[in-house]
Design a binder for this molecule. Structure first.
Ligand SMILES: [Zn+2]
Length: 117
């Protein structure tokens, strides 16, 4: 799935070699520039689980599209650092895009308190 970053469905050329920027652009494309929670125009790409939770060996997971969502300002402020929002956002991406989250760092939020799993 991460290989998708090299292909532009919109036919535009991404003039950067910075993987982080490519992912950022692809997250905006994936979410159509709209907040995944309320559908308002997004103002930011949010890291669902912030990089401080990851080590150097797992940083690529932090930087991947499945840990990023477009959010509007209101939802972003609410989501900041809130465990229940991490669960909500991860669940939303799972449902919407069919992502897998087998890594323990995600299971902490998806497995425990969420009875649906
Ligand atoms: Zn929103």
């Amino acid at each position: 799935m991460s290989n998708d970053a090299n292909h532009s469905s919109a036919g535009q050329i991404v003039r950067t070699t910075n993987a982080g920027q490519i992912i950022w652009i692809n997250v905006i494309r994936r979410d159509r520039g709209k907040c995944v929670i309320c559908g308002e125009k997004a103002c930011d790409v949010h890291e669902i689980i912030s990089r401080s939770h990851f080590g150097t060996r797992t940083m690529h997971i932090c930087l991947s599209m499945k840990n990023r969502v477009c959010l509007c300002r209101g939802c972003h402020e609410k989501a900041q650092g809130q465990a229940e929002w991490m669960t909500k956002l991860l669940q939303r991406l799972k449902d919407k895009y069919g992502y897998d989250y087998p890594e323990p760092i995600f299971q902490r939020y998806l497995g425990g308190s969420d009875g649906r799993l």
